[in-house]
Ligand binder design. Sequence first.
Ligand SMILES: NC(=O)c1ccc[n+]([C@@H]2O[C@H](COP(=O)([O-])OP(=O)(O)OC[C@H]3O[C@@H](n4cnc5c(N)ncnc54)[C@H](OP(=O)(O)O)[C@@H]3O)[C@@H](O)[C@H]2O)c1
Length: 309
Amino acid sequence: MKAAVLHEVGGPLSLEDVAEPDVSQSEDCQRLSLVEVRAAGINFADVLIRLGHYPQPPPLPTILGNEVAGDVGGRRVLAFVRTTGGGYAERVAVDDEWVFDLPQEASYAEGASFLTTFLTAWLPFIRQAHIRPGSHVLVTAAAGGVGTAAIQLARHLGARVTAAAGSEEKHALARELGAEATISYDEIGELDDVDVAFDPVGGPVFAACLKALRPLGVAIGIGFAGGAWEPVDPARLVGRNVGVQGFYLGRLMGFEPRLVQEQARELIALWRRGSIRPVVGAEFALAEAQAAHELIASRRSTGKVVLVP
Ligand SMILES: NC(=O)c1ccc[n+]([C@@H]2O[C@H](COP(=O)([O-])OP(=O)(O)OC[C@H]3O[C@@H](n4cnc5c(N)ncnc54)[C@H](OP(=O)(O)O)[C@@H]3O)[C@@H](O)[C@H]2O)c1
């Protein structure tokens, strides 16, 4: 079968013939299924791995890609791939416990855009931030994969959303999804009434999010697309009655699989009811995986970028 293979850090993703995935037995005794991949989601972490900026990279050579949508027998599914990756391929092995039914009207591209983005916003919103109707939620990188999910989920929970993003086109998308106000990153410094800051950018943007909190507010660190986090002084958190939370979906899937699976089903039910919908920004053929990565790294992508084998 064909797959996009990464051989070296910084190197290209080259389309090659590779061995079929083995679904005969799993090391951890999970039942495995073979998915015919119709779409594979690209996460920002994949881009960081390729560029050598990810803290726990897989050994090379590797096939990246940890979420797909496709067919298992006659069933249309979306699924997380086993921790070893392998989604940028025509077929991939998945643990049965991480396979979910794709809503009837949904496209495969939407299916490959759903699990990581929505779970990464939803779990911290309901378990760490306790958003209430009327809460003021700031979402940064608001037009990205995770950001577009966060806007929709904050609105679903009754919040008022301010979206920060890098261009006017991105602001327009954020408004379409329900953001009441859109701002540049520099303008975060003018806010002082944020209840929940949801931040996939990190670096100085996360520091600005912290300053924008009102008393009892919380900033949730999700990622460092814009650079490493600056140190946080607990004395300043105490003095201002604010908090910091961190969220990392991959690790939570290992520690609390039942919680994540239950909430994935909850989110898919919300999707079926039409309350939320993944945003697919671009689709690329598997042979163009490199171009898809470059689009994300250049900051020109919106929504989720997917590969279509
Ligand atoms: N913690 C978790 O479990 C988890 C799960 C999934 C993703 N993440 C993290 O969440 C972030 C968003 O992931 P995603 O897949 O949805 O990506 P994305 O938001 O679609 O793309 C990244 C966005 O980050 C913004 N950005 C700011 N500074 C940047 C820089 N120096 N270089 C590139 N982009 C920059 C850009 O938007 P603007 O142009 O609008 O600034 C860019 O579009 C990433 O940091 C990712 O690693 C974390």
